[in-house]
Design a protein around this ligand. Structure first.
Ligand code: F6P
Length: 345
Protein backbone atom coordinates (compact mmCIF):
# COMPACT_ATOMS: atom_id res chain seq x y z
CA UNK A 1 0.00 0.00 0.00
CA UNK A 2 0.99 3.66 -0.34
CA UNK A 3 0.46 5.45 2.93
CA UNK A 4 0.77 9.12 3.91
CA UNK A 5 1.80 10.19 7.38
CA UNK A 6 1.76 13.50 9.26
CA UNK A 7 2.19 14.96 12.74
CA UNK A 8 -0.11 17.88 13.67
CA UNK A 9 -0.58 20.28 16.60
CA UNK A 10 1.94 20.86 19.36
CA UNK A 11 4.84 18.43 19.06
CA UNK A 12 5.41 15.86 21.75
CA UNK A 13 8.13 13.39 22.72
CA UNK A 14 7.49 10.00 21.11
CA UNK A 15 6.29 11.17 17.69
CA UNK A 16 9.45 9.88 16.03
CA UNK A 17 9.00 6.52 17.75
CA UNK A 18 5.53 6.20 16.16
CA UNK A 19 6.84 7.19 12.72
CA UNK A 20 9.65 4.64 12.99
CA UNK A 21 7.33 1.83 14.15
CA UNK A 22 4.79 2.46 11.36
CA UNK A 23 7.50 2.51 8.69
CA UNK A 24 9.39 -0.52 10.01
CA UNK A 25 6.33 -2.76 10.23
CA UNK A 26 4.93 -1.34 6.98
CA UNK A 27 8.12 -1.93 4.97
CA UNK A 28 9.35 -5.13 6.61
CA UNK A 29 6.04 -6.96 6.91
CA UNK A 30 3.65 -5.47 4.37
CA UNK A 31 5.96 -4.09 1.67
CA UNK A 32 4.41 -0.61 2.00
CA UNK A 33 5.62 2.69 0.61
CA UNK A 34 5.29 5.92 2.58
CA UNK A 35 4.97 9.63 1.92
CA UNK A 36 5.74 11.95 4.85
CA UNK A 37 3.82 15.23 4.84
CA UNK A 38 5.77 18.06 6.44
CA UNK A 39 4.32 20.42 9.07
CA UNK A 40 1.00 18.73 9.70
CA UNK A 41 -1.98 19.51 7.51
CA UNK A 42 -0.05 22.39 5.90
CA UNK A 43 2.14 19.77 4.22
CA UNK A 44 -0.90 18.09 2.69
CA UNK A 45 -2.40 21.35 1.43
CA UNK A 46 0.92 22.61 0.00
CA UNK A 47 2.13 19.14 -1.04
CA UNK A 48 5.33 19.44 1.00
CA UNK A 49 6.68 15.94 1.47
CA UNK A 50 9.73 13.99 2.53
CA UNK A 51 10.63 10.35 1.93
CA UNK A 52 9.88 7.95 4.77
CA UNK A 53 11.70 4.64 4.56
CA UNK A 54 14.00 2.47 6.66
CA UNK A 55 16.89 4.84 5.99
CA UNK A 56 15.18 8.14 6.88
CA UNK A 57 13.52 6.70 10.00
CA UNK A 58 16.66 5.08 11.37
CA UNK A 59 18.20 6.55 14.55
CA UNK A 60 15.13 8.59 15.52
CA UNK A 61 13.57 6.42 18.26
CA UNK A 62 15.12 8.40 21.10
CA UNK A 63 14.76 11.85 19.51
CA UNK A 64 12.16 14.35 20.71
CA UNK A 65 10.21 16.59 18.31
CA UNK A 66 9.20 15.14 14.94
CA UNK A 67 11.25 14.60 11.80
CA UNK A 68 8.07 15.56 9.90
CA UNK A 69 7.77 18.86 11.82
CA UNK A 70 4.36 20.10 12.91
CA UNK A 71 1.93 23.01 12.69
CA UNK A 72 -1.50 23.98 13.91
CA UNK A 73 -2.87 24.38 10.37
CA UNK A 74 -6.67 24.15 10.36
CA UNK A 75 -7.89 22.92 6.98
CA UNK A 76 -11.44 24.10 7.83
CA UNK A 77 -10.18 27.71 7.91
CA UNK A 78 -8.52 27.56 4.49
CA UNK A 79 -10.64 28.25 1.46
CA UNK A 80 -10.83 25.12 -0.65
CA UNK A 81 -8.63 23.40 1.96
CA UNK A 82 -10.31 20.01 1.85
CA UNK A 83 -10.37 19.99 -1.96
CA UNK A 84 -6.62 20.71 -1.99
CA UNK A 85 -6.03 17.85 0.47
CA UNK A 86 -8.06 15.44 -1.69
CA UNK A 87 -6.14 16.53 -4.81
CA UNK A 88 -2.74 15.96 -3.17
CA UNK A 89 -3.79 12.62 -1.66
CA UNK A 90 -4.97 11.48 -5.11
CA UNK A 91 -1.79 12.80 -6.77
CA UNK A 92 0.32 10.62 -4.45
CA UNK A 93 -2.03 7.67 -5.07
CA UNK A 94 -2.39 7.13 -1.33
CA UNK A 95 -4.38 4.18 -0.05
CA UNK A 96 -4.45 5.53 3.51
CA UNK A 97 -3.37 8.42 5.71
CA UNK A 98 -2.09 8.13 9.29
CA UNK A 99 -2.36 11.37 11.30
CA UNK A 100 -0.72 11.70 14.69
CA UNK A 101 -2.31 14.41 16.77
CA UNK A 102 -4.72 15.56 19.43
CA UNK A 103 -8.36 16.55 19.07
CA UNK A 104 -7.69 19.42 16.62
CA UNK A 105 -5.65 17.28 14.22
CA UNK A 106 -8.09 14.36 14.46
CA UNK A 107 -11.05 16.69 13.75
CA UNK A 108 -9.55 17.19 10.28
CA UNK A 109 -9.12 13.41 9.84
CA UNK A 110 -12.83 13.04 10.66
CA UNK A 111 -13.73 15.52 7.89
CA UNK A 112 -11.42 13.82 5.37
CA UNK A 113 -12.83 10.41 6.29
CA UNK A 114 -16.32 11.77 5.46
CA UNK A 115 -14.90 12.72 2.05
CA UNK A 116 -13.65 9.19 1.43
CA UNK A 117 -10.06 9.29 2.70
CA UNK A 118 -8.93 6.16 4.54
CA UNK A 119 -7.77 7.79 7.77
CA UNK A 120 -6.28 6.20 10.87
CA UNK A 121 -5.37 8.31 13.92
CA UNK A 122 -2.74 8.05 16.64
CA UNK A 123 -3.43 9.96 19.89
CA UNK A 124 -0.73 12.45 20.73
CA UNK A 125 -0.64 15.16 23.37
CA UNK A 126 1.32 15.88 26.52
CA UNK A 127 -2.02 17.09 28.00
CA UNK A 128 -3.31 13.47 28.13
CA UNK A 129 -6.83 14.82 27.57
CA UNK A 130 -8.07 12.77 24.59
CA UNK A 131 -11.27 10.85 25.29
CA UNK A 132 -11.36 7.11 24.74
CA UNK A 133 -7.73 6.41 25.58
CA UNK A 134 -6.19 5.86 29.00
CA UNK A 135 -2.93 7.44 27.90
CA UNK A 136 -1.37 9.57 25.19
CA UNK A 137 2.35 9.23 24.58
CA UNK A 138 4.35 12.33 25.51
CA UNK A 139 2.52 12.75 28.79
CA UNK A 140 4.93 10.56 30.74
CA UNK A 141 7.92 12.53 29.43
CA UNK A 142 6.23 15.85 30.24
CA UNK A 143 5.44 14.84 33.83
CA UNK A 144 8.93 13.38 34.29
CA UNK A 145 10.44 16.72 33.23
CA UNK A 146 7.97 18.58 35.51
CA UNK A 147 8.71 16.35 38.48
CA UNK A 148 12.45 16.72 38.01
CA UNK A 149 12.00 20.51 37.96
CA UNK A 150 10.03 20.38 41.22
CA UNK A 151 12.73 18.17 42.78
CA UNK A 152 15.34 20.76 41.83
CA UNK A 153 13.23 23.65 43.07
CA UNK A 154 12.91 22.08 46.54
CA UNK A 155 16.47 22.86 47.64
CA UNK A 156 16.55 26.49 46.54
CA UNK A 157 13.02 27.12 47.86
CA UNK A 158 14.00 25.66 51.25
CA UNK A 159 17.27 27.60 51.34
CA UNK A 160 15.37 30.87 50.98
CA UNK A 161 12.27 29.97 53.04
CA UNK A 162 10.03 30.83 50.11
CA UNK A 163 6.89 29.67 48.42
CA UNK A 164 7.69 28.51 44.89
CA UNK A 165 4.87 28.44 42.37
CA UNK A 166 5.46 26.12 39.39
CA UNK A 167 3.21 26.62 36.35
CA UNK A 168 2.77 23.59 34.11
CA UNK A 169 0.98 23.02 30.80
CA UNK A 170 -2.15 20.95 30.15
CA UNK A 171 -4.66 23.38 28.61
CA UNK A 172 -8.12 22.66 30.11
CA UNK A 173 -7.13 19.45 31.89
CA UNK A 174 -5.17 19.06 35.11
CA UNK A 175 -3.45 15.74 34.33
CA UNK A 176 0.04 17.24 34.17
CA UNK A 177 -0.51 19.35 37.29
CA UNK A 178 -1.89 16.54 39.49
CA UNK A 179 0.84 14.14 38.39
CA UNK A 180 3.72 16.61 38.77
CA UNK A 181 2.22 17.91 42.02
CA UNK A 182 1.78 14.45 43.50
CA UNK A 183 5.03 12.93 42.23
CA UNK A 184 6.96 16.09 43.19
CA UNK A 185 5.37 16.27 46.65
CA UNK A 186 3.86 19.73 46.15
CA UNK A 187 2.03 21.22 49.13
CA UNK A 188 -0.72 22.66 46.94
CA UNK A 189 -1.84 21.57 43.44
CA UNK A 190 -4.28 23.67 41.43
CA UNK A 191 -6.11 22.52 38.30
CA UNK A 192 -8.52 23.88 35.68
CA UNK A 193 -11.25 21.47 36.81
CA UNK A 194 -11.71 23.33 40.14
CA UNK A 195 -11.67 27.11 40.71
CA UNK A 196 -8.77 28.20 42.92
CA UNK A 197 -9.87 28.69 46.53
CA UNK A 198 -7.35 31.24 47.88
CA UNK A 199 -8.52 30.78 51.48
CA UNK A 200 -7.70 27.10 51.21
CA UNK A 201 -4.32 27.82 49.58
CA UNK A 202 -3.45 30.19 52.44
CA UNK A 203 -4.65 27.65 55.04
CA UNK A 204 -2.43 24.91 53.57
CA UNK A 205 0.62 27.18 53.39
CA UNK A 206 0.14 28.44 56.96
CA UNK A 207 -0.23 24.85 58.18
CA UNK A 208 3.07 24.05 56.48
CA UNK A 209 4.84 26.97 58.18
CA UNK A 210 3.31 26.04 61.53
CA UNK A 211 4.58 22.47 61.13
CA UNK A 212 8.08 23.92 61.07
CA UNK A 213 8.65 23.53 57.32
CA UNK A 214 9.16 27.11 56.30
CA UNK A 215 9.00 26.61 52.54
CA UNK A 216 6.39 25.26 50.13
CA UNK A 217 5.86 24.25 46.53
CA UNK A 218 2.64 25.10 44.69
CA UNK A 219 1.98 23.47 41.30
CA UNK A 220 -0.59 25.24 39.13
CA UNK A 221 -1.95 24.22 35.73
CA UNK A 222 -1.82 26.93 33.06
CA UNK A 223 -5.59 26.65 32.64
CA UNK A 224 -6.50 27.10 36.34
CA UNK A 225 -8.59 30.14 37.27
CA UNK A 226 -9.22 32.27 40.34
CA UNK A 227 -12.99 32.54 40.98
CA UNK A 228 -13.01 36.25 40.06
CA UNK A 229 -11.34 35.61 36.67
CA UNK A 230 -13.78 35.50 33.80
CA UNK A 231 -11.21 33.91 31.49
CA UNK A 232 -8.03 31.87 31.78
CA UNK A 233 -4.85 33.96 31.80
CA UNK A 234 -3.14 34.13 28.43
CA UNK A 235 -0.40 35.90 26.51
CA UNK A 236 -2.28 38.42 24.39
CA UNK A 237 -5.67 37.71 22.92
CA UNK A 238 -4.58 36.18 19.61
CA UNK A 239 -6.18 32.82 18.86
CA UNK A 240 -4.52 29.99 16.96
CA UNK A 241 -6.21 28.45 13.89
CA UNK A 242 -8.28 26.17 16.14
CA UNK A 243 -9.48 29.04 18.34
CA UNK A 244 -7.17 28.51 21.34
CA UNK A 245 -5.57 31.37 23.28
CA UNK A 246 -1.93 31.01 24.36
CA UNK A 247 -2.35 30.08 28.02
CA UNK A 248 0.37 31.40 30.33
CA UNK A 249 0.70 33.63 33.39
CA UNK A 250 -1.50 32.20 36.15
CA UNK A 251 1.66 31.22 38.09
CA UNK A 252 2.84 34.82 38.44
CA UNK A 253 -0.64 36.12 39.34
CA UNK A 254 -0.96 33.41 41.96
CA UNK A 255 2.52 34.09 43.39
CA UNK A 256 1.67 37.77 43.89
CA UNK A 257 -1.64 36.88 45.54
CA UNK A 258 0.03 34.35 47.88
CA UNK A 259 2.72 36.85 48.92
CA UNK A 260 0.09 39.54 49.53
CA UNK A 261 -2.08 37.27 51.67
CA UNK A 262 0.60 35.37 53.62
CA UNK A 263 3.58 37.69 53.73
CA UNK A 264 5.77 34.73 52.66
CA UNK A 265 8.22 35.59 49.90
CA UNK A 266 6.83 33.88 46.79
CA UNK A 267 8.41 33.28 43.36
CA UNK A 268 7.01 31.71 40.25
CA UNK A 269 8.51 29.71 37.42
CA UNK A 270 6.74 28.71 34.23
CA UNK A 271 8.04 25.41 32.84
CA UNK A 272 6.43 26.10 29.45
CA UNK A 273 7.77 24.26 26.43
CA UNK A 274 10.57 22.64 28.43
CA UNK A 275 7.91 20.01 29.16
CA UNK A 276 7.61 19.13 25.47
CA UNK A 277 11.32 19.02 24.69
CA UNK A 278 14.01 16.41 24.55
CA UNK A 279 14.20 12.67 24.60
CA UNK A 280 11.07 10.61 25.38
CA UNK A 281 10.99 8.34 28.43
CA UNK A 282 11.15 4.56 27.97
CA UNK A 283 7.40 4.40 28.76
CA UNK A 284 6.59 6.89 25.98
CA UNK A 285 8.86 5.14 23.46
CA UNK A 286 7.15 1.85 24.25
CA UNK A 287 3.61 3.27 24.08
CA UNK A 288 4.41 5.21 20.89
CA UNK A 289 5.89 2.08 19.30
CA UNK A 290 2.84 -0.01 20.22
CA UNK A 291 0.56 2.70 18.76
CA UNK A 292 2.62 2.78 15.55
CA UNK A 293 2.44 -0.98 15.06
CA UNK A 294 -1.30 -0.96 15.82
CA UNK A 295 -1.91 1.91 13.38
CA UNK A 296 -0.27 0.16 10.42
CA UNK A 297 -2.05 -3.11 11.31
CA UNK A 298 -5.36 -1.20 11.35
CA UNK A 299 -4.63 0.18 7.88
CA UNK A 300 -4.01 -3.35 6.57
CA UNK A 301 -7.14 -4.63 8.29
CA UNK A 302 -9.05 -1.95 6.32
CA UNK A 303 -10.45 -0.47 9.54
CA UNK A 304 -10.49 3.22 8.68
CA UNK A 305 -11.91 6.26 10.51
CA UNK A 306 -10.48 4.87 13.75
CA UNK A 307 -8.00 5.93 16.42
CA UNK A 308 -5.63 3.51 18.15
CA UNK A 309 -6.03 3.77 21.93
CA UNK A 310 -4.85 2.22 25.18
CA UNK A 311 -7.46 0.62 27.45
CA UNK A 312 -5.87 -0.71 30.59
CA UNK A 313 -2.83 -2.52 29.23
CA UNK A 314 -4.33 -3.39 25.83
CA UNK A 315 -4.02 -1.46 22.58
CA UNK A 316 -7.35 -1.30 20.80
CA UNK A 317 -9.20 1.25 18.64
CA UNK A 318 -12.24 3.52 18.68
CA UNK A 319 -14.05 5.70 16.10
CA UNK A 320 -12.23 9.01 15.55
CA UNK A 321 -15.43 10.94 16.37
CA UNK A 322 -15.49 9.44 19.84
CA UNK A 323 -12.00 10.74 20.60
CA UNK A 324 -12.77 14.35 19.70
CA UNK A 325 -16.24 14.48 21.25
CA UNK A 326 -15.04 15.87 24.57
CA UNK A 327 -11.95 16.71 26.60
CA UNK A 328 -10.98 14.04 29.14
CA UNK A 329 -10.48 15.86 32.42
CA UNK A 330 -9.28 14.69 35.83
CA UNK A 331 -11.89 12.83 37.89
CA UNK A 332 -13.08 13.62 41.41
CA UNK A 333 -11.52 10.39 42.75
CA UNK A 334 -8.00 11.63 42.07
CA UNK A 335 -8.67 14.98 43.76
CA UNK A 336 -10.06 13.14 46.78
CA UNK A 337 -6.94 10.95 46.96
CA UNK A 338 -4.70 14.03 46.94
CA UNK A 339 -6.77 15.72 49.65
CA UNK A 340 -5.96 12.70 51.82
CA UNK A 341 -2.32 13.83 51.84
CA UNK A 342 -3.12 17.35 53.05
CA UNK A 343 -4.09 18.67 56.49
CA UNK A 344 -7.86 18.50 56.97
CA UNK A 345 -9.82 21.70 56.25
O1 F6P B 1 -1.60 20.83 23.71
C1 F6P B 1 -0.28 20.77 24.11
C2 F6P B 1 0.18 22.09 24.65
O2 F6P B 1 1.54 21.97 25.03
C3 F6P B 1 -0.66 22.67 25.78
O3 F6P B 1 -0.36 22.12 27.02
C4 F6P B 1 -0.31 24.14 25.66
O4 F6P B 1 -1.37 24.95 26.16
C5 F6P B 1 -0.15 24.34 24.20
O5 F6P B 1 0.12 23.08 23.64
C6 F6P B 1 0.98 25.28 23.82
O6 F6P B 1 0.98 25.40 22.44
P1 F6P B 1 2.08 26.16 21.59
O7 F6P B 1 3.24 25.24 21.41
O8 F6P B 1 1.40 26.45 20.31
O9 F6P B 1 2.47 27.39 22.35
Amino acid sequence: MRIGMLTGGGDCPGLNAVIRAVVRKGVLHYGDEFVGFREGWRGVIDDKTMPLDLETTSGILHRGGTILRSSRTNVKKIEGGFEKCLEVIARHKLDALIAMGGDDTQSISVELAKRGVNCVGVPKTIDNDLSGTDACFGFDTAVTIGTEAVDRLHSTTEAHSRVQVVEVMGRDAGWIAVTVGTAGGADVTLVPELPIDMDDVVRLLRARWESGKRFAIVVVAEGAKLPEQTAQISVGTKLDAFGHVRLSGIGQVLAEEIEKRTGYETRSVNLGHTQRGGTPTAYDRMLATRYGVAAIDLVHAGRFGRLVVLKGTQITNIPLEEAIAKTRTVGEDLFEAIKGLQPKG
